[in-house]
Design a protein around this ligand. Structure first.
Ligand SMILES: Cc1ncc(COP(=O)(O)O)c(C=O)c1O
Length: 387
């Protein structure tokens, strides 16, 4: 007996690198983890409204299965935020489950889907497991998608286009004009747009965030979001997908079937999410200020280190750092940095495809200033020895 071939296609470098870090720790090395985007691992915490909402729900009538597509009141509240009917809102276990369902209802074996390059690693994994093909579209030097490249890559089996805005790993926020062009391409080619907007309020500069559902009016748009980033509560595992422009209701029905087969998402945390969405985003300002300072430290220090450069992230919680002059692969870079300096980052191949000659790594911006300074010092020592 053997596990399935599909299971062997599941890759998740952001977590995989941790195994190696644990081995180093077992040998007594202190490791600074710059690989993860979990704000609660650092000094960020969710708004009190959600925590109180969960506590209150624990004493309430929420012990059974929730409605499989999600709590009615929560879907109604999200319907207001998304400007759609609650019947087109689906609560999932984080946006990760929404991505799983979204790709499964869109793609059959042999179909293809456009993914941004660089991309968030969950997407290629889902596409691979389905036996579908990922078509990676390139971005310019500011990590903004290039519409001409998107056009070029579409084939007769292409069903959708994933737009991650703001982007993980690059922190880019896409201009309206580019989103309009993407919407036009989707309409011309009959593509569904999967809009991953999980960082839409984590804006570190004075940039405008345009939601895809406000731009693409002629094609179905799956708007994905969650409590994990905007509300600093990844452990709640509450996300949603809101489906827009689903004229026939076919995608609504397919998404409902996906939700039905796993019965429900934790109801008490859905009630907490309801309290959080009702209370709003007033809590965000000091958190963003803190994150902005950390972003500035990382960008300044990276700029001072020989062989490293970064296009300053305008949003989200990561820097996608370019490495020049290093002799070796991305995994060799990551493991040497870990073993020699005890700093853990994520290798470029997890995100960036078709450009084997380019070396990058992703660092989180989330740790406190002292830890970031320490990590940047170690990175500097490493780079000075290598380039
Ligand atoms: C771009 C992007 N999409 C989706 C997710 C999944 O988030 P969730 O915790 O809601 O499953 C993440 C998590 O890091 C992400 O960065």
């Amino acid at each position: 007996m053997k596990p399935s071939n599909a299971s062997s296609l599941v890759k998740y470098a952001i977590r995989d690198v941790v195994l190696e870090a644990k081995k180093e720790e077992a040998k007594g090395k202190k490791v600074i983890y710059l690989n993860i985007g979990d704000p609660c691992k650092y000094d960020f915490s969710p708004p009190q409204a959600i925590v109180d909402g969960v506590k209150e729900a624990l004493d309430g009538p929420y012990k059974g299965y929730a409605f499989s597509i999600g709590d009615d009141e929560l879907r109604a509240e999200i319907g207001k935020i998304e400007g759609c009917s609650p019947n087109h809102v689906f609560i999932t276990a984080g946006l990760s489950e929404g991505v799983d369902f979204g790709t499964r209802i869109l793609l059959d074996e042999g179909d293809s889907i456009l993914l941004p390059n660089p991309t968030y690693p969950l997407y290629p994994t889902k596409v691979d497991v389905l036996g579908a093909e990922a078509l990676y579209y390139d971005c310019d030097e500011n990590w903004v998608p290039e519409p001409d490249d998107i056009r070029k890559r579409i084939n007769e089996k292409t069903k959708g286009i994933v737009v991650i805005n703001p982007n993980n790993p690059t922190g880019a926020v896409y201009p309206l004009k580019v989103l309009q062009e993407i919407a036009g391409i989707a309409a011309e080619n009959d593509l569904v747009v999967l809009a991953d907007e999980v960082y839409d309020h984590i804006l570190l500069d004075d940039v405008e965030m345009h939601k895809m559902k406000d731009v693409a009016k002629d094609v179905p748009v799956f708007s994905g979001n969650s409590l994990s980033k905007n509300y600093f509560y990844p452990g709640a595992r509450i996300g949603y997908t809101a489906i827009h422009n689903d004229v026939q209701g076919e995608f609504r029905d397919a998404f409902t079937r996906m939700c039905n087969q796993r019965l429900s998402v934790n109801w008490e945390f859905q009630r907490g999410a309801l309290a959080g969405y009702k209370a709003g985003l007033g809590f965000l300002k000091p958190k963003l200020e803190k994150l902005r300072k950390r972003r500035d430290i990382v960008c300044k220090r990276i700029g001072e280190i020989p062989g490293l450069s970064v296009c300053a992230p305008k949003a989200a919680a990561y820097g996608f750092v370019k490495v020049e002059g290093y002799k070796g692969t991305d995994w060799e870079f990551v493991y040497s940095l870990l073993r020699e300096e005890g700093v853990l980052v994520v290798p470029v191949s997890a995100f960036y495809k078709n450009h084997p000659e380019e070396l990058y790594f992703r660092t989180t911006l989330l740790p406190d200033e002292e830890t970031l300074e320490l990590a940047m010092g170690k990175l500097e020592k490493f780079m000075k020895a290598k380039v």
